[in-house]
Design a protein around this ligand. Structure first.
Ligand SMILES: Cc1cc2nc3c(=O)[nH]c(=O)nc-3n(C[C@H](O)[C@H](O)[C@H](O)COP(=O)(O)O)c2cc1C
Length: 175
């Protein structure tokens, strides 16, 4: 799917009462989206369901962020992270995302689910800075090596600036 990635420069600020919910199959194709996801992103639920979740990808988000997310959820662990998303009209909106494995009643992994809420405003500048740095790191490497290089940088950042060696644990510590 070819997506227009124009940006309006306008930030939509989520209200504390809004909760975005979605589910995907094992490849990240959306299988369920709640009304709030449609309200915030500007896509109808019909447009969202069946589309890859990257339909919401903001072009300034580093590849490393999703690499770490997928690595975590494929290992059947829960992921928390700050994510900047792009709405259909080019606005952007920050969320704190919780992404987790989703199981059938028979306990078979069938996909992933996510819940996203308004993040703490005071934590956003740090993540803007971290993602800017990660983009700079990624730009120095051939595509194949970008995510590993970004992950190495992120782990180094966490060990230097925090007492955590895991992104999810660090994000959770500030909630
Ligand atoms: C449950 C779930 C929710 C996701 N939510 C988002 C999201 O809100 N925004 C986003 O850009 N990617 C989200 N992703 C990640 C996308 O699947 C994709 O990996 C990412 O957008 C990077 O896309 P690309 O690899 O095509 O560049 C989600 C994935 C899963 C499994």
């Amino acid at each position: 799917m070819v997506m227009e990635k124009t940006l309006s420069g306008h930030e939509y600020i989520m209200r504390p009462t809004q909760t975005i919910q979605s589910r995907t199959d094992l490849r990240g194709v959306i299988t369920f989206a709640n009304r709030t996801l449609s309200d915030v992103s500007g896509y109808t639920r019909e447009e969202l369901i069946g589309a890859p979740h990257s339909i919401l990808r903001h072009p300034q988000m580093p590849r490393t962020a999703y690499y770490v997310m997928w690595e975590t959820i494929k290992a059947e662990k829960e992921f928390y992270g700050y994510v900047n998303n792009r709405a259909k009209n080019g606005d952007h909106y920050w969320v704190i995302a919780y992404v987790a494995p989703h199981y059938s009643p028979e306990k078979v992994l069938v996909g992933f689910s996510s819940v996203r809420r308004a993040p703490l405003r005071e934590r956003i500048p740090e993540w803007q800075e971290v993602y800017k740095k990660l983009n700079e790191v990624e730009a120095k490497y051939p595509r194949k090596e970008q995510c590993q290089a970004g992950k190495d940088w992120l782990l180094n950042y966490l060990s230097k600036h925090t007492r955590f060696d895991d992104l999810t644990q660090y994000v959770l510590s500030g909630l």
